[in-house]
Design a protein around this ligand. Structure first.
Ligand SMILES: [Mg+2]
Length: 279
């Protein structure tokens, strides 16, 4: 399929504008921050989130693109006369807590789709704003990290594998039963605090799997990384092993298992219990 708009170029421009515009905030992080309320995704909004979102909106407007914005911060907003033609799903800053605390792991995530659904995403960008690594994918064209095509790892044993797990929740006792089998058999467990980038790490072989069974992650966090994983050749399903078919909406939550290859995916899925089995 061809698209008249050069989305790749525009998404990279969005990322560059975000970087330029958030730089002043990075120098003032130890000063008191204004209270800006709660974003559409349920987290408190920081000035840096809004600045990043504005950079995306203004970049798209400068190209005279009509679009519907699906953002973790402002929710759903339409711009231009044919706003239903392009859906732009973003978490302007994923890993805001890391950014605010000076932990060098935060990204911007932007996905473009023809409908507000995960399966229609056709362009994606996840950019590591600290280290300058930019992941790009276009449907049918593979995934790239700084212009180099990426592929996931071939590691199949849990002894060797590095597996990311998001356990950030007050209700960890509810999910521990689901994942205890996997935790017991995994030697190297990681969580860095920006799920969009951690999914890209599975896509490029940095890690071997990333799982999140909390049912808390927003679709806005996963939209771009989903295409990057798929195009790289990695696997992502529900914890039950079913295809991820979700609506793109800041309130839509998702649980998933992303894995580098079918073998390790099977091993992990077999070790994870469904919510019902865990009860
Ligand atoms: Mg965010």
């Amino acid at each position: 399929m061809t698209y008249q708009i050069n989305w790749q170029q525009i998404l990279i421009q969005c990322k560059n504008n975000i970087l330029n515009q958030i730089t002043p905030f990075l120098k003032k992080l130890n000063q008191p921050q204004p209270n800006l309320g709660i974003g559409a995704g349920g987290d408190s909004i920081k000035q840096v989130d809004l600045t990043a979102e504005n950079a995306i909106v203004n970049t798209l407007k400068s190209h005279k693109i009509s679009f519907t914005l699906i953002s973790e911060e402002s929710g759903i907003k339409t711009y231009g006369e044919a706003a239903h033609k392009h859906f732009v799903t973003t978490d302007p800053i994923d890993g805001t807590t890391n950014l605010m605390r000076g932990i060098p792991f935060y990204v911007t995530s932007i996905a473009v789709s023809t409908k507000p659904t995960l399966e229609t995403v056709h362009e994606a960008l996840v950019a590591d704003l600290y280290h300058g690594a930019t992941y790009i994918a276009q449907k049918g064209e593979g995934s790239y990290r700084n212009n180099q095509q990426i592929t996931p790892s071939k590691i199949v044993s849990l002894e060797e594998a590095v597996i990311g797990m998001d356990l950030n929740t007050y209700k960890v006792q509810n999910i521990i039963q689901q994942i205890i089998g996997l935790v017991k058999k995994t030697k190297h467990i990681r969580h860095f605090g920006a799920n969009a980038l951690e999914l890209c790490y599975v896509a490029d072989g940095t890690t071997d799997a990333f799982i999140d069974v909390r049912g808390k992650l927003r679709s806005t966090d996963i939209a771009a990384a989903y295409l990057i994983l798929e195009e790289a050749g990695a696997k992502i399903t529900t914890p039950e092993g079913k295809p991820l078919k979700i609506k793109l909406n800041p309130k839509q939550k998702v649980s998933f298992v992303a894995a580098a290859n079918p073998k390790i995916q099977k091993t992990i899925l077999n070790l994870i219990k469904t919510k019902k089995e865990a009860e």
